[in-house]
Design a protein around this ligand. Sequence first.
Ligand SMILES: Nc1ccn([C@@H]2O[C@H](COP(=O)(O)O)[C@@H](O)[C@H]2O)c(=O)n1
Ligand SMILES: C[C@@]1(CO)OP(=O)(O)OP(=O)(O)OC[C@H]1O
Length: 163
Amino acid sequence: MIPRTGIGIDVHPFADEGSGRELWLAGLHWPGERALAGHSDGDAAAHAAADALLSAAGLGDLGAVFGTSDPQWAGASGARLLAEAAARVRAAGYEVGNVAVQVVGNRPRLSPRRAEAEAALSAACGAPVSVAATTTDGLGFTGRGEGVAAIATALLVPAPHQG
Ligand SMILES: Nc1ccn([C@@H]2O[C@H](COP(=O)(O)O)[C@@H](O)[C@H]2O)c(=O)n1
Ligand SMILES: C[C@@]1(CO)OP(=O)(O)OP(=O)(O)OC[C@H]1O
C-alpha cells in the first residue's frame, strides 16, 4: 500500500470590471470581491486541488481532463471539477487521504472564511481539504493584484482490493 503524492498549481487573472462575473474561490462565493476570469468559474484553489488529485493518480492534468474545448466545463464550478476529479481518482483505484491548498494573493482574505472553505472543498472532494493563504508581500503578479494563484498537494492510497 504505497501512497502517492501529487501537486497542482493554477493561476487565474482578475476579470475586467463589468465582466458580469462573480468571484468564486476555494469553493465559496465572494460577493463584492473582484471576479476571476476563466473558461469555468475561475476557482484557482479548487482547480489546483483537482490538479493535485489527477497528478497523484497519474491521470494527467486539469487541462487534459477538463479541456476548454468541451462546452460542458464552460462556467463549471470549481467544486464540480474537484468532485469529478476525485471520482475519476477513485475509479482508478485510489482512496483520497487528504488535499492541502494554499492560495497566493492579496484578496480575498481567506482566513476569516477558512473553515467554510475547508468544509466546501472537503465536501466536494469527499476527503479532508485544508486551506491556507499567503500574500507575496507586494511582489509579482499576485502582489500587483493582477490575479490569484493556488498550489495544492494531494495524498492518495491504493484502495484495498474487494473480495
Ligand atoms: N489572501 C490572503 C492572504 C493572506 N491571508 C492571511 O494573512 C496571513 C499573513 O500573510 P502574509 O503574506 O503577510 O504572510 C497569512 O498567513 C494568512 O493567514 C489571508 O487570509 N488571505
Ligand atoms: C477548468 C478549465 C475548463 O473549464 O478552464 P479554466 O476555467 O480556464 O481553468 P484552467 O485552470 O485555466 O484550466 C482548466 C480548464 O480546462
